[in-house]
Design a protein around this ligand. Sequence first.
Ligand SMILES: *[C@@H]1O[C@H](CO)[C@@H](O)[C@H](O)[C@H]1NC(C)=O
Ligand SMILES: *[C@@H]1O[C@H](CO)[C@@H](O)[C@H](O)[C@H]1NC(C)=O
Ligand SMILES: *[C@@H]1O[C@H](CO)[C@@H](O)[C@H](O)[C@H]1NC(C)=O
Ligand SMILES: *[C@@H]1O[C@H](CO)[C@@H](O)[C@H](O)[C@H]1NC(C)=O
Ligand SMILES: *[C@@H]1O[C@H](CO)[C@@H](O)[C@H](O)[C@H]1NC(C)=O
Ligand SMILES: *[C@@H]1O[C@H](CO)[C@@H](O)[C@H](O)[C@H]1NC(C)=O
Length: 289
Amino acid sequence: MVFYNIQKLFLSVLHAVGTQAECPVQLNPQRAVVRYSGSVAVNCSASVPHKGMGWEASEGAVTMTRDSLITWRVSNLIEWDIQPFCYINHEKQCQVELPVTIYKTPDSVSISIVDHSGPMIEGKQYELRCDVHNVAPVQDLTVKWYKGQTLLNQTTFIENSKTPVNETTTLLIRPDRADDGAQYRCEAELELGAEGPQPPPKETSGHKPKHFNSTETIIKNDEVTLNCTVKANPAPTYTWHSEHLKEEISFSVLQASTVLLSPGNYTCTATNSLGSDSKVFIIKSEQTG
Ligand SMILES: *[C@@H]1O[C@H](CO)[C@@H](O)[C@H](O)[C@H]1NC(C)=O
Ligand SMILES: *[C@@H]1O[C@H](CO)[C@@H](O)[C@H](O)[C@H]1NC(C)=O
Ligand SMILES: *[C@@H]1O[C@H](CO)[C@@H](O)[C@H](O)[C@H]1NC(C)=O
Ligand SMILES: *[C@@H]1O[C@H](CO)[C@@H](O)[C@H](O)[C@H]1NC(C)=O
Ligand SMILES: *[C@@H]1O[C@H](CO)[C@@H](O)[C@H](O)[C@H]1NC(C)=O
Ligand SMILES: *[C@@H]1O[C@H](CO)[C@@H](O)[C@H](O)[C@H]1NC(C)=O
């Protein structure tokens, strides 16, 4: 008796799947994952002779045609709740909906300490806060807290929204002697599945130093300034190397008015806990141009 029931359930599941597959069209890909204002193209092909097929959508619709391969195409997709479907007139009309996920990476991911400024005191409890701005879709978002490379906590969101949202997560910490505060960061990751971008897009509250140009050539004069300043989070430290520099320098800017800058190469390295990046300044003498 029990066996009979299971068998009957199994058959009805098969039947349900069969019903859905009855519409004789194939979508390729079967699901679309598109960056906000990006482009998308999905094919719908008929597997039987038919009396007409088309794409219905608020953008990129394809009017009914006798062709057997039609493409839904949008070059600048900005409609968050678009619901395209491909239909076919076979024995009767049927349609297959295309699930569309439109994603947007956050405008910013930032970390702050709740109700506190200045240095943290060892052994006291603090609340760190991570703000993720303007991200979609929130159901695919994971916000992760790291200390150095160690994952401390992570949050996913149960709310369902196609349009961008702001999210805040918090982390309670009790700094100890080995902590320096600046090693904490949070990371917002969008897990968009196999059809989505690989690796999944990530934004982090901290970023390593990166120079815009890795070399810069400067003609020597009295006002030469070597500016190695680079934006990074946590703030980087700087070191300089050159055969012409005798002392150790830890400023981000070298000026001919304060340091003797002879023609030659000056390499500056900006470093924070996440990485480092070097830039070579080549000072040429006026004569050689
Ligand atoms: C859609 O069909 C066109 C024409 O056959 C083909 O060039 C294209 O690669 C197809 N795209 C996908 C995603 O299958
Ligand atoms: C998210 O925050 C920004 C800046 O504070 C604000 O302009 C925007 O309206 C917020 N978005 C939502 C969906 O609340
Ligand atoms: C970790 O995250 C969960 C939910 O996202 C939260 O309830 C919990 O308090 C967090 N743990 C710490 C130590 O902040
Ligand atoms: C970086 O290098 C390019 C090409 O060499 C140059 O056009 C540009 O001005 C440089 N940018 C900076 C900030 O020095
Ligand atoms: C060095 O560059 C940074 C960033 O580009 C700038 O903010 C700063 O004013 C510059 N410093 C000098 C002394 O030119
Ligand atoms: C300075 O750097 C340039 C480019 O990186 C290199 O071609 C040149 O040989 C270097 N000169 C010296 C004296 O190291």
